[in-house]
Design a protein around this ligand. Structure first.
Ligand SMILES: NC(=O)C1=CN([C@@H]2O[C@H](COP(=O)(O)OP(=O)(O)OC[C@H]3O[C@@H](n4cnc5c(N)ncnc54)[C@H](O)[C@@H]3O)[C@@H](O)[C@H]2O)C=CC1
Ligand SMILES: CC(C)CC(=O)C(=O)O
Ligand SMILES: [Mg+2]
Length: 354
């Protein structure tokens, strides 16, 4: 089997974690009947500097033609001027929209040997295994109107939280299916006491629930959900939520695992290449030092093998190698250890077994 992958390392630690994950991909391909070809493109701040845009049309088209896309992260202080008309993050948003990857799957696992890396007590972390399904191509990050408008000598800044019924239906349908294949519980996180868009999410979810009798649907307001994520995290199975709520809650959920550097993601659509990226950003505070945790990106490669290439054996091999490395005490700085990015990647490579 041949697969073509577009690599988008991006900014900050992005290139460090993407090159680590590529080493894992190459090792898996060598063990399975898989031939991989790659092409690399710019996205984010580095693309703005070199090409004058955070995502060129050439790059987007290359991604649309690929079998899968692996991305590091975008952004950084160099491009942080709040008055700037373009930002690196717009390149990532345009890529997600351009690929039509509306479902961002962010699994959150607790590794028994890492409970000390979390500020939560060990008994709270027992049994935590949840999946956040974040809507990725709608909501506040995309709704129109958006921008700054001058009126009567004053400046008005506008973002719009907008959802069409079909956007809600497709993500809820997938979330019910995922809950059905797991422990049968789906939590819709919203702000239905205040937001009209949330009330439409609730109405569609409640109507759809009758099609999934094996799934128990609960609805939780986002503020309460933020509290429960740390007070009763094991009570969640699948969480589905709109774009910004999912963005925020998954950074919070990363604390359960022990580090932002551990969480992977898969962004999926219909008949489009999957986009795979760790949930963290470009981590400017540690960029260029070779100490970033590569596991979130390595676990994203496992999701690529599973969802884009249907290579469950390869996906499990990567996940088990990560589990073994952590169980045997391999840790980067964010987890209280001293391994470099390359050493942690070596540790995973040494434990890959088929
Ligand atoms: N998907 C993306 O490309 C994202 C980009 N960003 C951008 O990244 C830039 C920095 O944002 P921050 O708020 O600092 O969030 P961040 O996720 O980059 O970093 C937050 C904290 O987590 C640590 N961290 C993150 N990933 C790590 C890893 N793999 N290993 C070890 N430690 C890690 C960082 O050192 C930092 O202390 C901003 O420009 C932001 O817009 C933020 C989130 C997502
Ligand atoms: C556009 C991104 C910077 C948003 C984000 O933080 C994320 O996708 O996790
Ligand atoms: Mg985020």
């Amino acid at each position: 089997m041949h697969k073509h992958i577009v690599l988008l390392p991006g900014d900050g630690i992005g290139p460090e974690v993407v090159s680590a994950a590529k080493r894992i991909l190459d090792a898996v391909a060598g063990r399975l009947n898989l031939t991989l070809t790659y092409e690399e493109h710019l996205i984010g701040g580095c693309a703005m500097d070199a090409q004058g845009t955070a995502l060129s049309q050439d790059t987007l088209h290359a991604c649309q033609r690929a079998d899968a896309v692996l991305l590091g992260a975008v952004g950084g202080p160099k491009w942080d001027d709040p008055a700037a008309p373009v930002r690196p993050e717009q390149g990532l948003l345009a890529l997600r929209k351009g690929l039509g990857v509306f479902a961002n799957l962010r699994p959150v696992r607790v590794y028994p040997t890492l409970v000390d890396a979390s500020p939560l007590r060990a008994e709270k972390l027992q049994g935590v295994d949840l999946l956040v399904v974040r809507e990725l191509t709608g909501g506040l990050y995309f709704g129109q109107p958006k921008g700054r408008f001058e009126e009567n000598g004053r400046v008005r800044a506008v973002d719009t939280l907008e959802y069409w019924d079909y956007e809600i239906e497709r993500i809820l349908d997938l979330s019910f299916q995922l809950a059905q294949s797991r422990r049968g519980k789906l939590t819709l996180v919203d702000k239905a006491n205040v937001l009209e868009s949330s009330r439409l999410w609730r109405q569609i979810a409640t109507d759809m629930a009758s099609r999934y009798p094996q799934v128990t649907l609960e609805t939780v307001l986002v503020d309460t959900a933020a509290m429960r994520l740390v007070s009763q995290p094991a009570a969640f199975d699948v969480i589905v939520t709109e774009n910004m709520f999912g963005d925020i809650l998954t950074d919070e959920a990363a604390v359960l695992s022990g580090s932002m550097g551990l969480l992977p993601s898969a962004s999926l659509g219909k008949a489009t290449p999957g986009l795979y990226e760790p949930i963290h950003g470009s981590a400017p505070d540690i960029a260029g030092q070779g100490i970033a945790n590569p596991l979130g990106t390595i676990l994203s490669v496992a999701m690529m093998l599973r969802y884009s290439f249907q290579l469950e054996q390869g996906a499990r091999a990567v996940e088990q190698a990560v589990e073994r490395a952590l169980a045997e005490g391999c840790r980067t700085r964010d987890l209280g250890g001293s391994l470099t990015t390359a050493e942690m990647t070596d540790a995973v490579l040494q434990r890959l077994a088929f």
